[in-house]
Design a protein around this ligand. Structure first.
Ligand code: VGL
Ligand code: ZN
Length: 200
């Protein structure tokens, strides 16, 4: 019933991405109870936590005169500037109060002040690893189911990287919610599908 080679990865179900949070995703809290129930079906459960230092380079407030949701060129490429969110040790960075946290691993990402990290596998320079690949491989995990927030950013980038690394990847869109900014949800769905992610 619980295959040990298949992990559930729950992406960024944190207060700042839920209604009332700094970067609220509509309906972000609706997925908590069904995700908790789904955890029982997996032999390995991993949570990710967006975990930025104050003054992070992905925050609009760090760049004078640039509003949230504008774009900036970073040394590693284009970057959306976000409202301040998921600052280390704040309530906004905490998991939703009802989310089960009896997971095998909690992986934090986005702690590098100069580089954002949407993906659970690589920072936004697309080459600095988070270490998650090694964790999964050394545990013999070959298949991944992804759920969480936000479909079009952290779920999307994590799913694409996982598929490119050779994992068998499923995204349960019923257990995800999207920011859907400037066509980002449609673009994310195309990108995931084109690298072989099962988007269901
Ligand atoms: C996320 C934007 C900025 C996410 C994280 O979890 O999708 N989006 N930081
Ligand atoms: Zn972030």
């Amino acid at each position: 019933m619980k295959p040990l080679n298949h992990a559930l990865i729950v992406i960024d179900v944190q207060n700042d991405f839920c209604p009332g949070g700094a970067l609220a995703v509509a309906g972000g809290d609706e997925i908590v109870a069904p995700i908790n129930a789904l955890m029982d079906d997996f032999g390995c459960v991993i949570l990710t936590q967006d975990w930025h230092p104050a003054g992070h380079s992905s925050f609009a407030s760090t760049h004078q005169g640039l509003p949230p949701m504008s774009m900036i060129d970073m040394p590693y490429g284009a970057q959306v500037l976000w409202p301040d969110h998921c600052i280390q040790l704040t309530q906004g960075a905490a998991f939703h109060r009802d989310l089960r946290t009896d997971a095998d691993l909690i992986l934090r990402k986005g702690f590098n002040p100069a580089i954002d990290s949407y993906s659970a596998f690589y920072e936004n320079d697309r080459k600095t690893p988070t270490g998650l690949e090694g964790y999964l491989r050394t545990r013999g995990i070959e298949a991944l189911t992804l759920v969480g927030l936000a479909t079009d950013f952290c779920v999307h980038y994590s799913a694409v990287d996982a598929a490119k690394l050779g994992f068998d990847v499923t995204v349960r869109t019923d257990l995800c919610r999207a920011i859907d900014f400037d066509g980002s949800l449609a673009a994310a769905t195309d990108a995931m599908t084109s690298v072989g992610v099962n988007v269901v």
